[in-house]
Design a binder for this molecule. Structure first.
Ligand code: HEM
Length: 474
């Protein structure tokens, strides 16, 4: 009788659990299907099993909630938290002792708007424009009126990597970081996976060496000139707690921030340029907008840089550019927002049902699910540069006549939402505007690259192959 009662009870609990997608491999579970093409796999699971389903990867159960009407309930649930400690330890080598201290996390999040928004944003933009101008002057001098053949992603890297890092970290020798960053960044997705450490050290040694080099370089930068307010605040905060942060933990934290700041911005600039430069109608309109709002930035080292030439206010007037960047982030900004469940939890869904999540299970919100939902975005697989003109669409997203305020979230949402989003968008706008003003180009490669499947879920996925162009200065 007792047994019967137990079986019945567990059936009731399971009824509210989401469907586990069948798999045949013990332990690895859905890993290989998922890794082949995560976006395609997840969208096909939604089509076959509905908007909530569970996958198992390396023994970890993860429930994917693909309907944005349920996202708010998940974000607000206090049993579900961002597994920051685990991810930061695996990917950035920060020791667990230096993570998960509420008083420090709260202070760091309070510092983000102080260091990245309002007046600090104005300062960051002025320095970024100055730094990008310097890099372009160097590049122009090296070219000496000749034509350069390179990848479009390489050009975006040239325009963003050094200028962005100098803007945030000051006068460090960024060029000495480049090779290691490339090695680390190209395989960082492997470090996020939960595998035993001996596997990591056997198979990912080069990536780990590159990471350790970067950590070491960034572990002692407090005396560097011209650092941003953000970096100073972060370093000061960590130095206040020597009992938690070793110098290597400080380096790991700076590396995490550095990766967050350039790891997504460079591929986002690439995809925006890739679509705009090949669309004459879009290009003409955007060039006109830049001509109207931004004065020509002279690439001549003898002319002093005027820091009021390109300001946040002038960039804000470039609404078509803003829309083009937002459209890129709709199509390519596909973060996987993970939450870990601290105890058995019941979530009320928008349609009055209950979703049960087991202790230690993960929940994943996948914004690409709504970014590619044709009920929210007409012809979602087509890049439309003016789709977000004046942002009206973001405020009016509806499903079944019900407003869905968080269906567009390339920068995440809730307390871990990207604090660098205004800086990131302005960096991309500046990069595009300067290319319109200063550079002539020709595509050698006419094919459209795919996104790197293994990077879907980690922010903006880069192309699987760079697109060759030729460019020269006007
Ligand atoms: C196109 C460029 C960018 C994209 C798409 C992007 C996207 C994101 C996303 C989705 C998250 C939230 C992750 C989550 O909640 O699970 C995030 C967090 C973060 N981003 Fe960005 N980001 C970009 C650029 C930047 C820049 C330029 C900076 C700094 C200058 C930055 C700094 C951060 C930081 C510090 C966090 C962690 C916030 C926290 O945990 O409280 N990001 N970003």
């Amino acid at each position: 009788m007792q047994v019967l009662f137990y079986i019945k009870l567990s059936a009731v609990i399971n009824e509210n659990e989401s469907f586990v997608v069948p798999h045949f491999l013990p332990y690895f579970g859905h890993l290989f299907q998922y890794m082949r093409d995560p976006l395609k796999f997840l969208l096909s699971c939604r089509q076959r099993y509905g908007s909530t389903f569970t996958l198992k990867v390396m023994g970890q159960r993860t429930t994917f909630v693909m309907d944005p009407r349920n996202w708010n309930a998940i974000i607000k649930n206090s049993n579900l938290s961002f597994p920051g400690t685990e991810l930061a330890t695996r990917a950035f080598g920060i020791t667990p002792d230096a993570l998960g201290h509420d008083e420090i996390d709260v202070q760091m999040r309070k510092d983000y708007p102080k260091g990245l928004q309002n007046d600090s944003l104005k300062e960051l933009i002025a320095h970024f424009v100055q730094n990008i101008r310097e890099e372009m002057i160097k590049d122009k001098q090296e070219l000496k009126n000749t034509i350069k053949t390179c990848g479009l992603l390489d050009l975006c890297h040239l325009m963003i990597f050094v200028p962005s890092i100098r803007t945030i970290y000051g006068e460090i020798d960024v060029h000495s970081y480049e090779k290691s960053f490339e090695k680390f960044n190209s395989n960082i997705q492997l470090l996020f996976i939960n595998v035993p450490s001996f596997i990591k050290s056997t198979f990912f040694q080069k990536t780990l060496n590159a990471r350790d080099y970067l950590i070491q370089q960034l572990s002692n930068i407090e005396h560097v000139q011209n650092q941003s307010r953000m970096t100073k605040m972060r370093t000061d905060l960590m130095k206040m707690y020597p009992q938690y942060f070793s110098s290597s933990d400080i380096g790991g934290n700076h590396l995490a921030f550095l990766w967050a700041s350039v790891g997504n911005t460079i591929p986002a600039a690439f995809w925006t340029l890739f679509h705009i430069l090949r669309d004459c109608r879009a290009l003409e309109q955007l060039q006109e907008e830049v001509r109207e709002n931004l004065p020509v930035l002279k690439l001549d080292e003898n002319i002093e840089f005027d820091e009021n030439s390109w300001t946040v206010e002038k960039l804000a007037k470039c609404v078509l550019l803003e829309s083009a960047v937002n459209e890129t982030l709709r199509m390519y900004g596909a973060p996987m927002m993970l939450r870990t469940c601290s105890s058995n939890t019941q979530i009320q869904t928008y349609d009055g049902k209950t979703l049960s999540i087991r202790k230690n299970d993960r929940i994943s919100l996948f914004p690409a699910a709504s970014h590619y939902d044709e009920r929210l975005f007409h012809e979602p697989f087509i890049y439309k540069f003016d789709r977000f003109l004046n942002n009206t669409i973001i405020n009016n997203l509806e499903l079944d006549r019900q407003k869905v305020p968080i269906a567009y979230m390339p920068f995440g949402t809730g307390k871990t939402m990207c604090p660098g989003k205004y800086f990131a968008k302005n960096e991309i706008k500046i990069c595009l505007a300067l290319i319109f003003q200063q550079i002539e180009y020709k595509f050698i490669d006419e094919t459209t690259p795919k996104t790197r499947a293994d990077r879907v879920g980690f922010g903006v996925a880069p192309p699987s192959k760079d697109v060759q162009i030729q460019y020269w200065y006007q």
